[in-house]
Structures are given as structure tokens and as C-alpha cells.
Design a protein. Structure first.
Length: 257
């Protein structure tokens, strides 16, 4: 019989819909900045306009997507006055121009952060996939860059704690995935995530099998080829688990005598 695999799964936007929460919070931020500046974002795609500034900052700030939210507030204020994403990002990150007083920025950020505390929903197929893994005696572990305490609380609130073996808070690097692969050896290790750069690339480099469940959020710096770089690209978590079980547990063909 083949060894039972172990599944390492990302949390945000793989198990639950964090992107929807961020979208609502970012649109609230934009509305608050618009009210302060007295100008509206151009065009019908308000979220897309905001995220052009968000990603411009992430591409030049050393903290990447974890940069302080106040930088985006300042960049949006500049954007509403006609400054493009790259120029506004450079001015905000370099603190060369403050379009809005610090007290106002802090007020907007506090409301934005409060909105982010909204509980997300499970993504479609997640409970089904986790149940299928449990029924096949396959352990599922969560590997997250989010705060472990918060992620454990979310797992409990969403009612899936009994379907998950454990959780680890780590920075996702090739070294970390290699450590996990060796930890669970000789069981084959499969990694499931929603982002090619943070989940799939380092896991593949460490010798893990990988499944991408593509997020709706696609950073501008990801080229199209990256979204097909996993061993399997699944349309939803349930299909990801089904493919893993089929790949890992299929009995090898018997050679004729």
C-alpha cells in the first residue's frame, strides 16, 4: 500500500475568503480618503484603481504586502489629486510628501483595521475537501504566515478544528518547506496554496508536490506562466484534495509475470 500523504495547506484565500474582507476594508479606506480630499476615484473599477496604488507600494517597500497601511492612505490621497501609482508610492514610502495630516491618517487606518476583523467565510469546497482527507486518514496541517493565535481562533470559529491536525506559523521559504518535507518523511508531502510566489515556488524548490488553488487576487508582478507552475492547478479546494488522494494513494500497477 502507498504511504499516506501529508497535506500542508495555506490559510488565507485557500481555506477562507480573506480577499473579500480585504476588498471591503480597502473600499472603506478609499471612501474615507475621498471624503477627506473631496474628490472621487476615476472610473467604475474603484477597487482596481486602489490596488494599483497598493501594489505599487508593495513593489518598492521592503515589507512587501505587509507595509504599514498609512502609506496607502497617503498614496491614495495623492492619487485623488492626479498623481500616478508609481509616483505616489515613491512619495509615500520615502515620506517625501504627506498629502494628509497624521491624525487623519491614523483615524482612517483605525477604521480600516477594524473592518479587517470581520470574520471571513469558508471558501466553497473546503469542508468537503477536509472531510475527504480525514476519511482517507490523511493529515492536514495549516502552514501560515499569519499570527498563529488568530488563525487557530478562526479555524475554531469556522468549525473545522476537528478536520485539521495542527498549525504552524512560519515564514514560507525553501528552507522551511524542506524542513517540513524531512519532518514528515517518508510520507509524501503535498502543499496547497493560492499564490505561486509565496506557496508554490518555494515548496517545489524544496521537493514537495504542489497544488495551486488560484486566488482572485493576482499581483501585477506575477507573470501568467507562474499560475501554471504547480504540479496541479485546481478549481477549488475539494478538487485539490481529490487530486492529491488519487495521485498519492493510487495502487501501483502490477507487472505481469
Amino acid at each position: 500500500m502507498p504511504e499516506r500523504p501529508v497535506i500542508l495547506v495555506d490559510a488565507d484565500n485557500t481555506l477562507w475568503d480573506t480577499d473579500a474582507i480585504f476588498a471591503e476594508a480597502q473600499l472603506l479606506m478609499l471612501a474615507l480618503v475621498e471624503a477627506e480630499v473631496g474628490s472621487k476615484a476615476p472610473g467604475p473599477d474603484r477597487l482596481g484603481w486602489l490596488r494599483s496604488y497598493d501594489q505599487a507600494i508593495a513593489q518598492i517597500d521592503h515589507r512587501h504586502l505587509r507595509y504599514p497601511s498609512g502609506l496607502l492612505v497617503q498614496a491614495l490621497a495623492l492619487g485623488l489629486s492626479g498623481v500616478g501609482p508609481r509616483e505616489a508610492a515613491a512619495a509615500s514610502v520615502g515620506a517625501r510628501h504627506r498629502a494628509m495630516p497624521t491624525t487623519t491618517v491614523d483615524m482612517i487606518v483605525s477604521k480600516y483595521v477594524a473592518k479587517l476583523q470581520t470574520s471571513p467565510d469558508l471558501l466553497p469546497g473546503v469542508r468537503e475537501g477536509l472531510t475527504a482527507a480525514r476519511d482517507a486518514s490523511v493529515e492536514v496541517w495549516v502552514l501560515t504566515e499569519g499570527h498563529a493565535k488568530d488563525q487557530r481562533a478562526r479555524i475554531s470559529d469556522l468549525g473545522i478544528a476537528d478536520l485539521i491536525k495542527g498549525l504552524a506559523e512560519v515564514t514560507k521559504t525553501v528552507e522551511q518547506f524542506d524542513r517540513q518535507r524531512r519532518r514528515f518523511a517518508p510520507k509524501p508531502l503535498y502543499v496547497v496554496g493560492d499564490q505561486p510566489d509565496r506557496d508554490i515556488a518555494p515548496a517545489r524548490a524544496a521537493g514537495c508536490r504542489t497544488v495551486l488553488v488560484p486566488s482572485r487576487f493576482r499581483p501585477a508582478w506575477q507573470d501568467e506562466a507562474a499560475w501554471a507552475s504547480a504540479d496541479y492547478v485546481a478549481d477549488g479546494f475539494a478538487k485539490a484534495v481529490a487530486w492529491i488522494l488519487e495521485s498519492a494513494l493510487a495502487a501501483p500497477a502490477v507487472e505481469p509475470r
